[in-house]
Design a protein around this ligand. Structure first.
Ligand code: GTP
Length: 599
């Protein structure tokens, strides 16, 4: 096998347009997975992914394909996620490949992530092979979708493939096109090793596993390698490829995608975006990495029980290896004790982190309501970034406050324009900048909106007003001056820092009102009455009350059998993992996220 017979591709698409199904079909056609092992969505190997039906992590895969020209080709496929929160994963997959299959669902047409990912593929200079998927569906609008793709990338409609990933229709033709159109990997052939770490994973037994694309040179077990960012040297224990299971091979050559295990016990050493080279003959310069991802939202994370702080820290460090987008630093909250301030890409990301910590590391955590990062200019002119509402200055303490704005684009059928304008402009403090047509029956609306307005419930609201037809994408625009106030919540007369939040002055009262009501619903009744108050600008602006409980919880068990009582106590202990005593009030996890549920 020579590098001429290698093709490296990724599959890009809007969420649910069929990437995983297509990859499954290719696996089946190339017999990479034995039939008995084949199951739906082979690649969505993470439990959460299978349950939610979305791809979160990119899984590389190598198959061998016997093409019509009689030659056997090695095709490396990097699967990519479609959700807006995970678009940075798409970027790094693209850095590792030469071509992209662009998949568009014939029943939905071009959507926001189709457009966003196509632009990314163009930036990475990838050969794009477009395909309309799900042509087997009775409601498929094949020709309309083809026309939209023509508009998007300006290639003639006859060059757009029409496939059904589910039924396997047109998949062979698509693979033939990959062989013909996607260029074989180019190598510098200058005697240096250059391998890009495009992902990494922590394994309990083997330490850090770096997923690499070898651009130049080769790596094998026993080689000494050097990380270009740190200059640290390691010995390679094993190299291999993904079938999709990890299978050791003798050597990874230029053009290959595979993994490297080099006894990196310290998980932070396998930095995604780093270049691996050889210490005795180092490459003069690293490969262009890709841009660091910047978190969009921040929240406090605390161990279920305070004594698990150290364990949580270790879990986060290991977790981060597989998810470079998570950032965290130690923090302390008067109410919740020692924990971390974490940065996430969005709410789905936050949710996934929480769930993976629970499933993969047995760590139950308490998360506080997420918020964006504000910029504050002090009276002396100093600029400070604040992502913790508890640390937000009180009225008059600073000169100016700025909040992040994003460019938001929404693609929608024209009939929902009015409702979407109303949502963004009247409810979410946004402004419409322009609109343009995108193919038939579809309009792109460009807005400028405070990020804080779209991180909570915006996605669901947009889907609701457009009956599921609109899709969105956004990117950071700039910081703009804003009239924001800090609202502090008092539970039983005690301020609870972990419940405080920042709101625009015009909305402060309404949000405070809804929040105290919601909290009163979520905080369980105690033996005494609990006032819940919101304070802003030095005065209380809303109040609600949790009425006192009349009976003892255990009262109903008195006189009953002992085991029942024991069981109840046991259960309460379990539940406590996620409850916190503040003052003498027990606050459940849901209460800390009440902000997300007040609409
Ligand atoms: P994310 O990873 O979440 O972005 O989704 P995806 O793009 O991987 O989509 P996935 O392969 O999970 O497909 C989404 C749904 O569409 C699944 O229910 C598939 O069974 C279905 N689907 C995919 N391709 C076809 C097709 O060609 N025909 C039909 N009828 N259904 C399909």
């Amino acid at each position: 096998r020579t590098v001429e017979n290698v093709r490296n591709i990724c599959i890009i698409a809007h969420i649910d347009h069929g990437k995983t199904t297509l990859t499954d079909r290719i696996l089946e056609m190339t017999n990479a997975v034995e039939k008995r092992k084949m199951r739906e969505q082979y690649l969505d190997s993470m439990d959460i992914e299978r349950e939610r039906g979305i791809t979160i992590k990119s899984h590389p895969l190598r198959v061998f394909y016997k093409a019509d020209d009689g030659n056997e080709y090695e095709i490396n496929i990097v699967d990519t996620p479609g959700h807006v929160d995970f678009s940075y994963e798409v970027d790094r997959s693209m850095a590792a490949v030469e071509g992209a299959i662009l998949l568009v669902d014939a029943t939905q047409g071009v959507q926001a992530q189709t457009v966003a990912n196509t632009y990314k593929a163009l930036e990475h200079n990838l050969e794009i092979i477009p395909a309309v998927n799900k042509i087997d569906m009775p409601n498929a609008n094949i020709e309309e979708t083809v026309a939209e793709i023509e508009d998007l990338i300006g290639i003639p409609g006859e060059d757009v493939f029409r496939i059904s990933a589910k039924e396997g229709i047109g998949v062979k033709e698509l693979l033939e096109a990959v062989i013909k159109l996607v260029p074989a990997p180019k190598t510098a052939d200058d005697g240096h090793l250059r391998a890009l770490i495009f992902d990494a994973k922590y394994d309990k037994y083997r330490g850090a596993i770096a997923y690499v694309r070898v651009f130049d040179g080769e790596i094998k077990a026993g080689d000494k390698i050097m990380m270009m960012s740190s200059g640290e040297v390691y010995e390679v224990g094993e190299v291999g490829t993904f079938t999709p299971e990890m299978v050791p091979v003798d050597i990874l050559k230029a053009g290959d995608i595979g993994y490297v295990i080099a006894g990196l016990k310290d998980v932070s050493k396998a930095r995604i975006g780093d270049t691996i080279t050889k210490p005795d003959n180092p490459a003069p310069e690293p490969l262009p990495g890709y841009k660091e991802v910047k978190p969009m939202v921040y929240a406090g994370m605390y161990p279920g029980l305070p004594e698990y702080y150290e364990e949580l820290r270790k879990a986060l460090e290991k977790y981060k290896l597989n998810d470079a987008a998570l950032v965290f630093k130690p923090d302390h909250s008067p109410a919740l004790g020692f924990g971390f301030r974490c940065g996430f890409l969005g709410l789905l990301h936050m949710d996934v982190v929480r769930e993976r910590l629970e499933r993969e590391f047995d760590m139950a955590v308490i998360l506080t309501a997420p918020n964006v990062e504000y910029k504050v200019v002090t009276h002396s002119g100093e600029e400070i970034f604040i992502n913790d509402p508890a640390k937000f200055p009180e009225e008059g303490e600073v000169r100016e406050i700025y909040e992040p704005y994003v460019k938001l684009s929404i693609i929608t059928p024209p009939e929902y324009i009015g409702k979407l304008m109303n949502l963004v402009q009247n409810e979410k403090r946004g402004t419409l900048v322009s609109t343009e047509n995108a193919g038939h029956e579809r309009v792109v609306m460009h807005f400028e909106v405070p990020l804080a307005e779209i991180i909570f419930d915006f996605f669901d609201k947009m889907k609701a007003v457009s009956r599921g037809y609109a899709s969105m994408d956004y990117e950071f625009l700039e910081y703009r001056k804003s009239d924001l106030v800090k609202i502090t919540i008092y539970v039983n007369k005690e301020p609870v820092d972990a419940l405080s939040f920042i709101a625009h002055r015009e909305k402060a009262y309404t949000i405070a009102r809804k929040l105290v009501d919601k909290l009163a619903e979520l905080i369980p009744q105690h033996q005494f009455e609990i006032p819940i108050q919101a304070k802003a600008g030095g005065r209380f602006i809303a109040r609600s009350t949790v009425k006192a409980l009349r009976k003892d919880v255990l009262a109903k068990c008195y006189g009953g059998d002992v085991t029942r009582k024991m069981k109840l106590l046991e259960k309460q202990k379990e539940g406590k993992k996620r409850l916190r005593e503040i003052g003498n009030v027990t606050i459940p996890q849901e209460a800390f996220l009440a902000m997300l549920r007040i609409g």
